[in-house]
Design a protein around this ligand. Structure first.
Ligand SMILES: *Cc1c(COP(=O)(O)O)cnc(C)c1O
Length: 366
């Protein structure tokens, strides 16, 4: 078994680091799940042993995120990318428009999918400045007859994050929180819907969480929407309409137990802030040797994007970092540069090691 010290410094953007404690628990239970004589993967999804895992995960997510009773928690498949289509299929009627705030590549993709099913408009885009910031709330205005407003709460590729959310009044606010769900407390009641692929902060890939308010569900237009792509199918069946990704949900459940043991979201946020500060402080103190991509007040606590002063040095930085055991520091192929993803499960020690490596690298090369 690997000790903490032997674990890779994993800064992957997703799938990404999982807590060592979670992996060890899963390993212990892998072959014989709680005395059933079989692996959880071999259990029927209709068995009491699995249903207990399933329902406990829902209960723990509700507890950790403080989700009010008028919301349904769903475990879906197809990743956040399938939500890009499911949201408009269910919630964008022919006589209304949906607002897509474009703060990065994922929101652009969400908008593109929505346009296949109806009309959308763009109240704000940060495209002109290569998505380096989140709009101020007073930059956003919404048209009458808006079916919903869609935002991406954390821009995984560009490294920007929303810390305040628009008050959309009666218009439902829908957020793709794939890369910052459960990284800090949010007031769920401000949102009509939140969705997230699990593989950044919640568990392994293969599960997508959707948290949907009852009044939004009641508005759904489900005529001609295939059974699997209707939210009400999954609501009515407690996400057990067909075979769910049982192992992924089990792993997600273990991550939620772990999050509770860490002291919940308040404690997790504090640690995330400390972790991100280690790296942002090095960038800010580097006299331009490192340059952060995001404007300071839009900086993500989950994905830290930066450049090294010139391309040669940047190549060298990435190569030396790799040789020193840091994994996943290359920026997304669409933007280049460097990116350190510091999700909940990335240990403080890994961020500390990276900050020290960055300081050393600058000393040797400037
Ligand atoms: C990773 C990511 C996605 C894509 O998720 P899939 O589960 O791979 O479809 C969508 N939105 C955001 C913000 C992401 O970080």
């Amino acid at each position: 078994m690997l000790t903490k010290a032997q674990r890779a410094y994993n800064f992957n953007a997703g799938p990404s680091a999982l807590p060592l404690e979670v992996l060890e628990k899963a390993q212990k239970e892998l072959v014989d799940f709680q005395g059933t004589g079989m692996s959880l993967m071999e259990l029927s999804h209709r068995s009491p042993a699995y249903e207990q895992v399933h329902n406990q995960a829902i209960a723990n997510l509700k507890e950790l995120m403080n989700i009010p009773d008028n919301y349904q928690v769903l475990f879906l498949q197809g990743g956040a990318s399938t939500q890009f289509a499911m949201v408009p299929m269910n919630f964008l009627p022919a006589d209304q428009k949906a607002a897509y705030v474009l703060t990065g590549a994922w929101s652009e993709k969400a908008n593109k999918e929505a346009k296949m099913f109806g009309d959308t408009y763009v109240p704000f885009t940060s495209k002109e400045t290569n998505h380096n910031r989140i709009p101020k709330l007073d930059e956003l205005t919404f048209e009458d007859n808006t079916a919903y407003v869609h935002i991406t709460s954390n821009n995984t590729i560009f490294g920007t994050e929303w810390f305040e959310f628009p008050d959309t009044g009666d218009i439902p606010l829908i957020a793709d929180m794939s890369s910052d769900i459960m990284s800090h407390p949010v007031d769920v009641s401000k949102f009509a819907m939140i969705y997230a692929g699990a593989q950044k902060n919640l568990g392994p890939s293969g599960v997508t969480v959707a948290i949907v308010r009852d009044d939004l569900l009641a508005r759904a237009n489900i005529e001609n929407v295939p059974t699997m792509l209707r939210y009400d199918t999954h609501v009515k069946n407690n996400s057990l309409y067909n075979t769910p990704p049982t192992f992924g949900i089990y792993m997600l459940g273990l991550v939620l137990e772990w999050a509770k043991e860490q002291g919940g979201l308040e404690a997790i946020t504090k640690r995330n802030q400390e972790k991100a500060a280690l790296i942002y402080d090095v960038i800010d103190a580097s006299n331009g040797f490192y340059r952060g991509h995001a404007e300071k007040d839009s900086r993500s606590l989950m994905n830290i994007t930066f450049r090294v002063s010139n391309e040669e040095l940047e190549k060298q930085f990435l190569a030396e970092a790799k040789a020193a055991g840091f994994v996943g520091l290359n920026g997304h192929r669409s933007v280049g540069g460097c990116r350190a993803s510091t999700y909940n499960a990335v240990p403080y020690e890994a961020c500390k090691a990276l900050s020290e490596f960055m300081i050393e690298f600058q000393k040797k090369n400037s």
